[in-house]
Design a protein around this ligand. Structure first.
Ligand code: MF3
Ligand code: CO
Length: 267
C-alpha cells in the first residue's frame, strides 16, 4: 500500500480511523484463502505470459479476462482512482507502475501486483520476475527480496511483535547491501484492501502490536539496489527509485494462526 497516499488523504477513510486491528474468524480466513488463491492463480497466468516483446497493456487485458472468468472484482481498479487491474513495475519502478504500450525487453525485471475482492474479502500479492537473461545484480536483488519476504513470514507467530516482521526484512536486506523503501508499507487486509496496521519493512524488533490469531497482513518488501529514496512520477502513481537503481517487490497475504503463519496467497 502507499503510505504517502494514506498520509496525504488521512486515516479517515483509507485506514480504519480507530487503527484497530480487525481479527478474522476461521470462516473469514477460509474466504480470504479463496480470494488470495485467485490472486495467486492469476499471477501465475500473467507470469507465464510476460516475456520479451510483450507490451504491459497486454498483461492488463489478460488480467481482466482472468478476473472475468473467475467472476471476481479487481481490488485495484477504481481504488483512489487507479485505472487498471494490475500494477506492472519495470526495473527502477518500485510499485504502482501502470500498464502501457511499453514493450518488455530481455534483461528487464518486472513486478506484477494484483488484488481482488471475492465474497466481501480481499486478496493481494506480488512477485518480481526476470525477462530472459538479466544482470547478476538484478538476479541477486530478486532473490534477496523474495528471501526477505520468507524471513518476514517466519516471524508470523502468536505472541511475536509486529516489528519482528519488519526487522526480519530490514536486517536481511541490509546485510545483503540493498535498501528498504520506507515511503511504502505493507498493511492489514480483510473486508478492506488496506486495514490497520501498517506493516513497515523496517523497525525495532520486540516492538509493535502483539500478534494474535486472526490477524491478517499483506507483507510486501519493496527493495532497492541503490538508495531507499523514491519519487512518484507526474502520472500520480508510478513510484521510481530516486537514484535510478533497480527495485524489486514481493508480497504475500498471511494469516496469524495458532499453528503459525498461513500463507493465503500461495498456490
Ligand atoms: N499491493 C499494493 C497495495 O497494497 C497495490 C495497490 S495498487 C492500487 O497498495 F491501485 F490499488 F492502489
Ligand atoms: Co498490498
Amino acid at each position: 500500500m502507499c503510505l504517502l497516499i494514506v498520509f496525504r488523504l488521512g486515516f479517515s477513510n483509507g485506514m480504519k480511523e480507530s487503527k484497530t486491528i480487525v481479527l478474522k474468524s476461521p470462516d473469514e480466513i477460509a474466504k480470504m484463502r479463496k480470494s488470495n488463491l485467485v490472486v495467486a492463480e492469476i499471477i501465475a497466468v500473467i507470469k507465464d505470459a510476460a516475456r520479451p516483446g510483450v507490451a504491459t497493456i497486454e498483461l492488463e487485458k489478460l488480467c481482466e479476462a482472468e478476473l472475468k472468468k473467475r467472476k471476481v472484482r479487481s481490488a485495484f481498479k477504481g481504488y483512489r482512482g487507479y485505472p487498471y487491474c494490475i500494477c506492472v513495475s519495470v526495473n527502477e519502478e518500485v510499485v504502482h507502475g501502470m500498464p502501457s504500450n511499453r514493450v518488455l525487453i530481455e534483461g528487464d525485471i518486472l513486478s506484477i501486483d494484483i488484488g481482488v475482492e471475492c465474497d466481501g474479502y480481499y486478496g493481494d500479492a506480488a512477485i518480481t520476475i526476470p525477462l530472459g537473461k538479466i544482470s547478476e545484480e538484478a538476479s541477486r536483488l530478486i532473490d534477496v527480496t523474495e528471501t526477505a519476504l520468507s524471513r518476514a513470514i517466519e516471524k508470523v507467530y502468536v505472541g511475536n511483535r509486529l516489528f519482528d516482521i519488519s526487522y526480519a526484512v530490514q536486517s536481511y536486506v541490509e546485510e545483503n547491501g540493498f535498501s528498504v523503501v520506507r515511503a511504502f508499507v505493507g498493511h492489514g487486509i480483510g473486508r478492506e484492501l488496506h486495514e490497520a496496521p501498517q506493516v513497515p519493512n523496517f523497525g525495532v524488533p520486540g516492538r509493535g502490536a502483539r500478534l494474535k490469531a486472526g490477524m491478517v497482513f499483506a507483507i510486501e518488501p519493496m527493495i532497492n539496489a541503490g538508495g531507499s529514496d523514491i519519487v512518484v512520477l507526474d502520472d500520480g502513481w508510478t513510484a521510481v527509485t530516486k537514484d535510478g537503481s533497480l527495485s524489486a517487490h514481493f508480497e504475500h497475504t498471511v494469516a496469524v494462526t495458532e499453528k503459525g503463519p498461513y500463507i493465503l496467497s500461495k498456490l
